[in-house]
Design a protein around this ligand. Structure first.
Ligand SMILES: [Fe+2]
Length: 132
């Protein structure tokens, strides 16, 4: 997946985060292909955790600043993603603490969740900020 100018929301802080998310996604896809995803899935999960904890908060403040009227439904989507991430993290924790196999399946699942997120949320957001 490539970040393109038409994905720009016109706010550098948000654009940079989206670029970083896509880079991380591509990195995980490459690692799956090269069968080394077990070495980077922990790092990817830590990145997604920070993405949810820090970036969502920044973005919600940004929407408030611009007076975006649908911020409540946007925030709800953030909460749904945070819930999905919670289950992925739980899965990773089980793999690591119980010594289970499954980081390949988990990596595939994580890619799917992030791809859907970019398609449904990041793309929708482009339209949102295009209003301003
Ligand atoms: Fe968002």
């Amino acid at each position: 997946m490539q970040w393109t100018e038409d994905m720009s929301v016109g706010v550098p802080m948000i654009d940079n985060r989206h670029k970083e998310l896509i880079n991380r996604l591509n990195g995980l896809r490459t690692a799956i292909r090269e069968q080394v995803c077990r070495y980077i899935i922990d790092d990817m999960m830590a990145f997604l955790e920070e993405y949810v904890d820090v970036y969502f908060c920044e973005e919600e403040q940004c929407m408030k600043y611009y007076g975006y009227e649908n911020s409540a439904s946007h925030k709800e989507q953030h909460e749904n993603f945070a819930t999905e991430l919670h289950f992925l993290k739980e899965e990773l924790r089980n793999i690591r603490t119980l010594g289970l196999k499954g980081s390949y399946e988990l990596s595939i699942e994580t890619v799917q969740v992030v791809v859907d997120w970019i398609a449904d949320h990041v793309a929708a957001m482009t339209k949102i900020l295009a209003i301003f």
